[in-house]
Design a protein. Structure first.
Length: 123
């Protein structure tokens, strides 16, 4: 069975940064300009199945990509998220971390942030 995120590793033109265990790409369906995905090279579905080294590498690459996006897009803030499981919205069964730049005015009222993932529950 093929995996979109395993296959992406062979497409070096899509990779914006990488380290030993992770790659980063721009999301093909971005929420905002500069939306990136941080993806483990090993086929792993859950964040909770990462090794300690992979967690460390994930953090390091996320910080490096954030600095790159800061320079290229100058966002005002970020959301960082993982859809951990189908019920949480995951559609590709390969772990990927969303690094989503946020800009003043991109939504009318950003209060509550990720609490707005479930409409009506943050009220």
């Amino acid at each position: 069975m093929s995996c979109l995120f395993c296959e992406i590793q062979g497409k070096k033109n899509k990779i914006i940064a990488e380290n030993e265990t992770f790659v980063a790409i721009f999301d093909d369906m971005p929420v905002n300009a500069g939306h990136c995905l941080i993806i483990p090279k090993r086929h792993v579905i859950s964040f909770f199945d990462l090794t300690a080294k992979e967690v460390k590498d994930c953090y390091e690459l996320t910080k490096r990509v954030k600095e790159y996006v800061d320079k290229k897009f100058s966002p005002d803030a970020y959301n960082i998220g993982i859809n951990e499981g189908r019920v949480a919205g995951r559609t590709i069964d390969h772990l990927h971390i969303h690094l989503i730049p946020r800009y003043v005015g991109d939504v009318e009222n950003p209060t509550g942030g990720v609490r707005n993932v479930i409409p009506g529950k943050a009220d």
